[in-house]
Design a protein around this ligand. Structure first.
Ligand code: ADP
Ligand code: ASP
Ligand code: MG
Length: 464
């Protein structure tokens, strides 16, 4: 069971989570995965940025409010018996956090390795608090970090990749022995340890991934993700008011949705579960009796409905490489992608004009400047590429559904729906799985594009 930040955002939510664990604990072996509380990861990120800029006052103000927040929750969650131990643990972590932040302030330097260490405090503070709340409910919870539980990664800080077989082996050895003693491991989501022993993170939203890895390692019956919505929905309910919950979704569809849903789930989270065919259930921690969404290996029956959901990925930009000299010149595309790859820039979407005079790539907005510089250095002045331009205000709208496969006319409906609302489409791509059509539009018109497609395919209506 993984509890997201929204399900642990306050004392009462932490206690609510602990009651949920307790209510399912008899007769089941459970492993719990905890995210950082609420928006704590964002706040730690900001503290790092401020400290690097040398903004000492702001940095310390934010830091001390974070420290006080965790301490206050710890005091009210811990109860009388275990309260003192918990407070000591939290004080120690707070002190270690403070040293880290002072170090960044002093050096005005924030490497990706230090940033991972800084961000790790979110989960490392939340997990002992949550474990203590579970003990207060009578669950024999034991807090562990991802590394202690056995998750080992490469050293790609910020987006570390687990060494899967080693991690599975260690997870089984360590967690099975706790479970055999009737203990309930409570593992920090999101963070792990590199081969050389440093703290790493699995990328934003990575607690889902932790849960999936652990579920796969232990061959769990199910993996449950507790969050703040009733399940996976036809669109982000913050954008589409009448979005509807999806009761069953196939792994293929969920993969497309999570990859393009940005925040809803970590893009790689479903991989381990889907490889081992372990069903994933998404449920609302505020309404624990709801059925939620079941993601499984079963092809879902969409009863003739072609489109299942629409999602949006924000904060992206487009980089376009162009030049008449590119026409008919082999190898330009290879050079573009090689350059981006070796600069650690992840390409989310690609399109090439049929005239071959342009190649456009969609990237995370934070990577755009770096990508443009690298491409300028590698490609300009060689007679093929004449210009490299970029746009930073873009978002991707992804239309997903396994029923789209082999159904003609879906793309036409998508584009006319969007055009009717006067949204200009800058780029288009269709995934090879045919489960997905993606369009790039301006940041501003993204929500309207999502709503127009949601309406066109009548996603708010229940299936008969
Ligand atoms: P957690 O803190 O539990 O990890 P997240 O904030 O990461 O939660 O993800 C849950 C949020 O994802 C929801 O509050 C919702 O606004 C957003 N979301 C985006 N797309 C969808 C979708 N298709 N279905 C449900 N929620 C979605
Ligand atoms: N706390 C981390 C984040 O905010 C991981 C997670 O919530 O899944 O990205
Ligand atoms: Mg999340």
């Amino acid at each position: 069971m993984k509890f997201g930040g929204s399900s642990l955002a306050s004392t009462s939510r932490v206690k609510n989570g602990a009651r949920i664990v307790h209510s399912f604990s008899s007769g089941n072996k459970l492993v719990v995965v905890a995210s950082a509380m609420g928006e704590v990861t964002d706040q730690l990120f900001e503290i790092g940025e401020l400290a690097q800029k040398g903004e000492a006052r702001m940095t310390r103000r934010l830091l001390s409010s974070l420290q006080r927040f965790h301490r206050a929750v710890a005091v009210s969650v811990g109860g009388r018996k275990s309260g003192r131990d918990l407070a000591t643990t939290i004080d120690q972590l707070n002190l270690e956090l403070e040293k880290t932040v002072e170090g960044i302030l002093h050096l005005r330097e924030l490497t990706s390795r230090t940033r991972d260490y800084l961000l790790s405090f979110g989960e490392r503070l939340a997990t002992p608090i949550f474990a203590s709340a579970m003990r207060a409910e009578g669950v024999r919870a034991r807090a562990l970090t991802g590394g202690e539980a056995g998750i080992t990664t490469d050293g790609n800080y910020g987006e570390a990749r687990p060494l899967v077989e080693v991690s599975y082996h260690q997870l089984r050895r360590r967690l099975d022995s706790l479970l055999a003693k009737k203990e309930t491991p409570a593992v920090t989501g999101f963070i792990a340890t590199s081969v050389d022993g440093n703290v790493t993170t699995l990328g934003r939203g990575g607690s889902d991934y932790t849960a999936s890895l652990i579920g796969a390692a232990l061959d769990a019956d199910e993996i449950w993700i507790w969050t703040d919505v009733n399940g996976l929905m036809t669109a982000d309910p913050r954008i589409v008011k009448d979005a509807r919950i999806l009761s069953t979704v196939s792994f293929g569809e969920a993969l497309e949705l999570s990859y393009f849903g940005a925040k809803m789930m970590h893009p790689r989270a479903l991989q381990p579960a889907s490889q081992r065919r372990i069903p994933v259930r998404i449920r609302n921690s505020q309404k624990p009796n709801g059925e939620g969404t079941l993601i499984s290996a079963k092809e879902s029956d969409n009863r003739g409905r072609v489109v299942k959901a629409v999602s949006i990925i924000r904060d992206v930009g487009i980089v376009t490489v162009g030049g008449a000299g590119m026409i008919g010149a082999p190898g330009v595309a290879a050079k573009v992608f090689q350059t981006l790859g070796s600069n650690n820039v992840n390409v989310i979407m690609i399109s090439q004009g049929s005239s071959e005079a342009t190649i456009s790539c969609v990237l995370a907005r934070k990577d755009v400047d770096r990508a443009v510089r690298a491409l300028q250095l590698a490609l300009l002045g060689q007679g093929q590429v004449e210009r490299i331009v970029h746009e930073k205000d873009a978002c991707i709208v992804a239309v997903v559904g396994s029923g789209m496969k082999g159904t003609p006319g879906v793309a036409a409906r998508v584009f006319s729906a969007v055009a009717r609302r006067k949204v200009n489409v800058r780029m288009v791509a269709q995934g090879s799985s045919e489960y997905n059509i993606s369009l790039v539009v301006s940041e501003e018109s993204g929500p309207e594009a999502v709503r127009s497609i949601h309406d066109e395919f009548r996603l708010a209506e229940k299936l008969a």
